[in-house]
Design a protein around this ligand. Structure first.
Ligand SMILES: Nc1nc2c(ncn2[C@@H]2O[C@H](COP(=O)(O)OP(=O)(O)O)[C@@H](O)[C@H]2O)c(=O)[nH]1
Ligand SMILES: [Mg+2]
Length: 276
């Protein structure tokens, strides 16, 4: 597959917005995708926020086995980082996230209270595109989206969402300027964090099937009713036959096949798949 492209230039404005707001925030939620929690870390953000309290949120945990989610969280914690598993659409986990945020700021909130200060902790919500940042803010705020308007030291027009003890700032997704390896870039493409417009879906589905044939052959077999397939091209062909993705004249319609496979994966229809 040709080298995946990404465009740091498009991310510059978002990075600048975050830098400008850095002074105004007490901490940061970095939202990761639980299907690829290590690939979806943007080290540039980790660097930007190095002096802030950071909570890593592995979101979309409904799309992976709970054991995979928990062992990923454990790895973050072993590095001394605060991390939690969340499914933005599951209230119980969103409540736990709120609890984890309060715990992160417990000392400061208590110190403020002793001084008679009752101002909310300000938290920026950052991460690569499509990890569920906006959904999490909506879930935390119960969809209220109480906007507190402009704040001193904050770029005009910024929308803060006020919760009881917290105030959240949504940010646009930002990609790392470079990837350690092509594997991580591919995984971000599978989960929809890359711009699909720059991606050849046939290649992407081929690479995804290659990976799944090794790691989750039983899920592929169950989803597409394909037996004894070892090679990704054979898997593409078998899916075309099973689903009737055929062109006039009987050739395989790889485009429809690829779109279906990627969509199935993204919606969790192939099963619970952990990529990292
Ligand atoms: N399955 C699942 N989908 C989610 C979850 N959180 C968000 N999404 C979906 O992921 C997509 C991107 O969410 P969005 O909040 O716009 O991401 P953002 O770009 O980080 O702000 C949307 O289609 C959401 O419905 C989750 O916990 N589980
Ligand atoms: Mg968003």
């Amino acid at each position: 597959m040709k080298h995946l492209q990404w465009f740091p230039g498009h991310m510059t404005a978002a990075m600048r917005m975050m830098e400008e707001n850095l002074k105004a925030v007490d901490g940061v939620i970095i939202v990761l995708d639980a299907r690829a929690p290590f690939s979806s870390v943007n080290r540039k953000l980790d660097g930007l926020f190095k002096d802030k309290k950071i909570l890593y949120v592995l979101n979309k945990c409904d799309l992976v086995e709970i054991s995979d989610a928990l062992s990923a969280v454990k790895k973050f914690r072993e590095e001394g980082k605060s991390a939690v598993c969340v499914s933005a659409n599951e209230k119980r986990t969103v409540d736990a996230l709120y609890g984890a945020l309060l715990a992160l700021f417990k000392d400061k909130l208590e110190r403020n209270k002793e001084k008679g200060i009752f101002k909310p902790m300000r938290v920026m919500v950052a991460g690569i595109p499509n990890t569920g940042k906006s959904t999490i803010i909506n879930a935390l705020s119960g969809g209220k989206k109480t906007q507190t308007g402009n704040k001193a030291g904050v770029t005009r027009g910024k929308q803060w969402v006020r919760l009881k003890d917290l105030e959240l700032l949504d940010t646009p997704g930002t990609m790392p300027p470079a990837f350690d390896d092509q594997q991580s870039a591919l995984r971000l493409a599978y989960i929809g964090s890359m711009n699909d417009a720059n991606i050849d879906f046939n290649d992407l589905a081929f690479e995804l099937l290659k990976e799944l044939l090794v790691k989750y052959p039983e899920l592929l077999k169950a989803r597409y009713d394909i037996e004894g397939v070892k090679e990704p091209l054979d898997a593409m062909n078998a899916v075309c036959v099973r689903r009737g993705f055929l062109l006039k004249g009987g050739d395989y319609d790889y485009e429809r096949c690829a779109a279906a496979v990627i969509d199935d994966f993204r919606k969790g229809r192939i099963g619970k798949i952990f990529l990292d």
